[in-house]
Ligand binder design. Structure first.
Ligand code: MLT
Length: 280
């Protein structure tokens, strides 16, 4: 696939009042629903490619901007993973969607864990990409608080400069300038206050290790071979813990697997969805 071909066009934004936010979201297609939860400090546009593919293959894709990020404004000082999951579920209620396949990347994965814990009857299958089960240790929590200070003082540009080389594999950085640009722009247009609230929410998240064995839906675990943020070992750990899980390790990708290697990501996703729709 050429670099230009990965620069997907966005569906128009929609808004729904859920809990105490006007939640921005994109929805496309008709059929079994797939909820896509973005990472930090990103927004729903990271899923543009998957939204297009899912709609084309007979699924209804829904990608919200989680509170405080993208176009979903929030003045909260901390946005917990639980609150994000409750907002995503309230959006599904608004859209009259009962059960869904829930997919999340990184922070979106933490939100997916919370969603599966809070609303187990509504989850048909799970996708956990570039994420992990354990909570932060004290050093990681302190690192997040340092990032909060930096972004509230200097905005998002220093965060994008520091994190791009970890988010994207060397091959992506060298050969896919439009992906690099999209990731950089997602970070730099994030509201520092909303991003800080999400960071605090991640630092406060619980340990999902005990949830793993309770997940009883087909689960696809995806990780980039070169992801230094959530390395392969984190995904292997989840794979060992979740009974009905498949692990897909994507070569020449780091953290943003769905944008770096969309064809491989989408094939794995469609395979899971076919299994899920055949068994329901
Ligand atoms: C993300 O991409 O969502 C973050 O890297 C997750 C995290 O910092 O734990």
């Amino acid at each position: 696939m050429t670099d230009a071909a990965t620069n997907n066009q966005a569906e128009p934004v929609k808004f729904a009042r859920v809990r105490d936010v006007e939640m921005a979201y994109t929805a496309a297609g008709a059929g079994p629903a797939v909820l896509l939860l973005h990472g930090y400090p990103f927004d729903r546009s990271m899923w543009n490619g998957q939204i297009e593919i899912l709609a084309r293959h007979g699924f209804r894709a829904i990608a919200p901007d989680l509170p405080g990020l993208g176009e979903t404004k929030s003045s909260a000082e901390i946005t917990t993973m639980e609150e994000m999951a409750r907002c995503a579920c309230a959006l599904l209620d608004e859209l009259k969607i009962e059960d869904v396949v829930v997919g999340g990347l990184s922070m979106g994965g933490y939100v997916a864990f919370e969603f599966a814990h809070l609303f187990p009857g509504r989850v048909r299958a799970l996708v956990l990409a570039g994420t992990r089960a354990p909570a932060d240790n004290e050093q990681e929590k302190a690192g997040r608080e340092q990032q909060v200070v930096t972004m509230l003082r200097a905005g998002m540009t220093p965060i994008s400069v520091a994190t791009l080389p970890k988010l994207l594999a060397p091959r992506t950085l060298a050969d896919k300038p439009s992906v690099v640009k999209r990731v950089r722009e997602m970070i730099t247009r994030s509201d520092p206050k909303g991003a800080a609230a999400a960071l605090r929410g991640m630092a406060a998240r619980r340990d999902y290790t005990n949830d793993l064995s309770k997940i009883n839906v087909p689960t696809l675990i995806i990780v980039g071979r070169e992801d230094p943020i959530r390395p392969v070992a984190d995904s292997e750990f989840m794979h060992r813990g979740i009974p009905n899980s498949h692990l897909e390790i994507i070569e020449e990708a780091a953290h943003m697997t769905n944008m770096e290697q969309p064809e491989i990501f989408d094939d794995a996703l469609l395979k899971l969805l076919k299994i899920d729709t055949l068994t329901h």
